[in-house]
Design a binder for this molecule. Structure first.
Ligand code: TNX
Length: 513
C-alpha cells in the first residue's frame, strides 16, 4: 500500500494523478487568510516532530509552496487538498477545514523514506473531504486516575491527528474532583485527594486490597484555560463533565451536608457505584452546583455541558425526609421523577446561559427537558428512544465504544481491564446510526465517541495502550462516509499510520501482539 492512500480516517474522495511534489526545508508555507493560521502553526510543529525539520511561513506567493486559500462556499469542516508538481493548495472556509487539510497533508508525507537529506516526494493527488458526523469524540476519565496536563496535551495532539473534534472530559466522580473552583477551595484541598486506591479488580477486592498510597490532583483554572485554547487550535472542543446527582462521593466527603444522611464519607478508594449521592431535597445542593457550574462555564466555552446523570442509586432518596418532601411538593410520582426534576433544573439553568445540557442515558428516566441531549451508553436503546422523542443524541454504546474493555478475547499478557471484549475489528465495524431510526430521526444522531474510563489505567501510557489503535478505527467510523468499510484494507493503511504514532511516542497496542 502506498503512502498517499494511507490517510486515516479515509477521505471522501481521493484521486491520484501524474507526477510528484517535492517537500523540503525550503518549501514555504503561505496563508491567504488569517483563519488558516492555527493550521499552519500545527503543521510546522508536527512536521518538526516527525522529521526534525523546521518549515518557514512566507508572506508571498511562490511556486513550490504550500498555500492555504479561502473558499467560502465550503462547509466549515470540509476541505480540498490538492498536491501538484508545482505546489500544494489547501482550500477551506474555516479554521477547522484548514486544520483537517493540514492533517491529511501531513499523513501524505513518507517521513520514513526521504529521497535526499530532508527531502520527500509526495504523489500528485486531489482530495475532497467532509466528515459524516459533527460529534467525533473521545471521553477521558481524569478522576479514577489523574493525568498531568502535559500528557492531556499529548492526548489532544493524537486526537487531532485523527480529526476527532470533541474531548469529553470526565472531571468529577466518587474518587476525586479535578477542577479548581474559587468559591469552594475545599474541593481541591479535600475532594481532589483519596487516601489510597483499590489494587487488582474491584470484583475480587477484599478489605485489605488497597495500595496505601494517596492519589489525586487537580487542574488549576489557568491550566484549564490553557488546554481549552490548545484544543481549540486543533479543532477540538472540550466538553466538561460535572457529575450529578450520583457519583458525588468526593464532594460529599468535603461537604457531608449536601448528602441525605450527613455522612461522614471519604473520597472513595474503591471503584463501582455507591448509595450516597447529592440530596435532591436540599436547596443548598442546587446553590452549590449552580456556583460550580458558573465557574465551569467561565472556563469552558463549549455549547454542551455534561452533567453525568448515570448510575444514581435512589436508596437514600427513598428514606430521606427532605427528598420525600420534595417529591410531594413538586407533585412527582417517584424517585425517578425526582432525578428528572433535578436534571431539568440544570437544563433550565444551562439553557438560560445559552448552553445545552447533555447527560448519560439515565437522564431519560422520568422525562427529559426538550433541549437536553442524551449520551447513549447502555447500548443503543437510550439513543433510539431519545432520537424518536426528538432529542439530540451522541452514541456511546459500551459494546462498541468502551475502550476500557479488553482488546482481545485471549487475555494472556494483556493488562488488567474492567472486563468486556472489544477487538479492533468490532470498533471498526461500528455503525453509529441505529437501524431502527427513520432518516428524519437519524438526524438527531450528532455522532459518537469512545470512552476511556481509567479505573484500571494507572498511568497515561496505559490510557494510550487502551485507546490506540482502537481510536484510529473509531475515528474512521465517525468521519468517513465511504461504504462498505473493508477491515483488511483499513489494516494496511493502519500499518503505515502507526509509524506516525511511533514517532509521537504513543504506547499503542501493537497489531500483531
Ligand atoms: C460505567 S458509563 C460508568 C463509569 C464506569 C464505567 C466502567 C457510565 C456512564 N458510568 O462510572 O467507569 O462503567 O466501564
Amino acid at each position: 500500500m502506498s503512502q498517499f492512500s494511507s490517510i486515516i480516517p479515509r477521505p471522501l474522495e481521493l484521486e491520484v494523478g501524474q507526477g510528484n511534489f517535492q517537500i523540503s526545508r525550503d518549501t514555504p508555507l503561505i496563508a491567504d487568510t488569517p483563519v488558516a493560521q492555527d493550521a499552519i502553526a500545527w503543521f510546522v510543529g508536527e512536521f518538526y516532530s516527525q522529521s526534525g525539520i523546521s518549515l518557514r511561513q512566507s508572506g508571498e506567493g511562490a511556486s513550490g509552496a504550500i498555500t492555504m486559500r479561502l473558499q467560502s462556499d465550503l462547509a466549515p469542516e470540509n476541505y480540498v487538498l490538492s498536491i501538484r508538481p508545482e505546489g500544494v493548495e489547501i482550500r477551506a472556509s474555516e479554521a477547522s477545514g484548514f486544520f483537517y487539510g493540514a492533517v491529511s497533508l501531513l499523513q501524505c508525507v513518507p517521513f520514513e523514506s526521504p529521497i535526499g537529506v530532508g527531502e520527500w516526494q509526495l504523489p500528485t493527488l486531489e482530495i475532497r473531504d467532509a466528515p459524516r458526523f459533527g460529534w467525533r469524540g473521545l471521553m477521558l476519565d481524569s478522576v479514577r486516575h489523574f493525568q498531568p496536563l502535559s500528557w492531556v496535551k499529548k492526548f489532544i495532539d493524537v486526537m487531532a491527528l485523527h480529526k476527532f473534534n470533541v474531548l469529553h472530559w470526565h472531571l468529577t466522580d466518587d474518587q476525586g474532583w479535578r477542577v479548581e473552583i474559587d468559591k469552594y477551595p475545599v474541593l481541591t484541598s479535600v475532594s481532589a485527594w483519596r487516601k489510597q486506591s483499590r489494587v487488582g479488580h474491584e470484583l475480587n477486592g477484599g478489605d485489605d486490597d488497597f495500595d496505601g498510597r494517596p492519589h489525586g490532583g487537580f487542574y488549576s483554572k489557568q491550566q484549564l484555560r490553557d488546554v481549552v485554547a490548545y484544543a481549540a487550535a486543533r479543532g477540538i472542543t472540550i466538553v466538561p463533565e460535572i457529575e450529578m446527582p450520583g457519583h458525588a462521593t468526593s464532594v460529599i466527603a468535603a461537604y457531608p451536608d449536601l448528602s441525605c444522611t450527613g455522612g461522614p464519607f471519604e473520597v472513595s478508594p474503591k471503584w463501582g457505584i455507591f448509595d450516597d449521592v447529592f440530596c435532591a431535597g436540599n436547596d443548598d445542593v442546587f446553590r452549590f452546583l449552580e456556583d460550580v457550574l458558573n465557574e465551569v462555564l467561565e472556563i469552558f466555552p463549549s455549547q454542551f455541558i455534561h452533567v453525568g446523570g448515570d448510575e444514581c442509586h435512589k436508596t437514600r432518596w427513598k428514606e430521606c425526609p427532605k427528598c420525600q418532601a420534595r417529591i410531594k411538593a413538586e407533585g412527582l410520582a417517584d424517585e425517578n421523577e425526582l432525578q428528572s426534576w433535578f436534571v431539568r433544573h440544570f437544563d433550565t439553568f444551562l439553557s438560560a446561559k445559552g448552553r445545552r445540557l447533555i447527560g448519560w442515558d439515565e437522564i431519560l428516566e422520568g422525562g427529559l427537558a426538550q433541549n437536553a441531549a442524551v449520551m447513549s451508553w447502555r447500548g443503543e436503546e437510550g439513543g433510539v428512544a431519545a432520537a424518536k422523542a426528538g432529542h439530540d443524541v451522541v452514541m456511546a454504546p459500551h459494546q462498541q465504544t468502551y475502550l476500557d474493555y479488553y482488546q482481545t478475547s485471549n487475555r494472556d499478557g494483556e493488562p488488567l481491564s474492567i472486563g468486556g471484549d472489544l477487538p479492533l475489528s468490532k470498533v471498526y465495524a461500528y455503525e453509529p446510526i441505529p437501524q431502527s431510526l427513520s432518516a428524519d430521526e437519524a438526524k438527531h444522531v450528532l455522532g459518537g465517541q469512545g470512552q476511556l474510563w481509567t479505573e484500571y489505567m494507572l498511568r497515561p501510557e496505559s490510557v494510550e495502550y487502551m485507546a490506540f489503535p482502537r481510536a484510529c478505527a473509531l475515528a474512521e467510523a465517525l468521519w468517513s462516509s465511504v461504504q462498505p468499510r473493508d477491515f483488511d484494507e483499513f489494516l494496511s493503511r493502519l500499518e503505515i499510520h502507526l509509524r506516525l504514532l511511533d514517532r509521537m511516542n504513543v504506547n499503542y497496542r501493537p497489531l500483531n501482539k
